[in-house]
Design a protein. Structure first.
Length: 267
């Protein structure tokens, strides 16, 4: 009888330990699921995937335009994906981390080419970010993405978000078309930011002549030989250029599903 009682006590103790352990595991799991960790922010895309307008700032025409172009891209070999997500608020998180996590969660772009692009707009925070997949970083470097956003800053500041997002999206589409040699969706009616900002060759020539004349004048005042000084200057710039190219290639490793670069702006 004593042996039976001891076994009963042992079983009860083990059962109580199991219950305590189970409760502890459930509690930790609940905390992990609901604790607002920084860097884990992302929202589920809408059923349309390419447009998630949580802030309700995009017109139906803008949404349909984004969907139509992405569906055309779906039929290509490379299958690039350009998604737009609007939020009411980042809830205290920085927009770059939020964009990277959103990009990763949506797994934008073809895995082989890593050619996704995300346009993320936070209305209450008055911030916008364009996150670029590593495969498109060559045609959409950070500087160009910044210029694309800057061209729509007036619309963003005035609250014309639908117009701003459409213009930004269109410029990104132009870059993708150029990268893969696709047929021009806009039929030549839309000019890229870089093309519109290019300097006419005549002005470039005038600027070169004026600069060279000023250079000769300075050399004469300082008593320097113009040709020798020019060679020295070119040599210095050549060394600087080689150094910066080397640094750039060694720090370019990021990308993959989290994106290769991009640009952010406050408005």
């Amino acid at each position: 009888m004593q042996i039976i009682n001891n076994k009963h006590v042992v079983v009860c103790r083990n059962f109580k330990r199991f219950i305590r352990f189970f409760v502890l595991v459930c509690f930790i799991s609940s905390c992990a699921a609901f604790w607002p960790l920084k860097g884990q922010a992302a929202i589920q895309p809408s059923e349309n995937f390419y447009v998630t307008d949580q802030a309700h700032v995009l017109s139906e025409q803008a949404k349909e335009h984004i969907l139509t172009i992405n569906r055309a891209f779906e039929k290509t070999k490379e299958q690039p994906q350009l998604a737009v997500v609007t939020l009411n608020s980042l809830e205290g998180k920085d927009i770059e981390s939020y964009a990277v996590n959103q990009f990763e969660m949506m797994k934008l772009g073809n895995r082989q080419y890593d050619n996704g692009v995300l346009v993320l707009l936070a209305v209450k925070d008055r911030e916008i970010r364009v996150e670029v997949g590593y495969g498109l970083e060559g045609i959409l470097p950070d500087g160009k993405v910044g210029r694309i956003i800057d061209a729509s800053m007036n619309d963003l500041s005035l609250g014309d978000y639908s117009e701003a997002i459409t213009n930004i999206f269109n410029q990104l589409v132009l870059a993708v078309q150029e990268e893969y040699g696709y047929e021009d969706i806009f039929e030549g009616h839309l000019t890229s930011i870089d093309e519109g900002a290019s300097i006419h060759p005549v002005f470039m020539m005038v600027g070169f002549v004026v600069t060279f004349v000023i250079y000769l004048f300075i050399c004469r005042i300082l008593g320097l030989d113009a040709i020798d000084t020019l060679f020295v200057i070119l040599s210095i710039f050549s060394n600087v250029s080689s150094s910066s190219t080397s640094d750039s290639s060694s720090s370019r490793g990021g990308g993959g599903q989290s994106g290769g670069g991009g640009a952010s702006r406050k408005f």
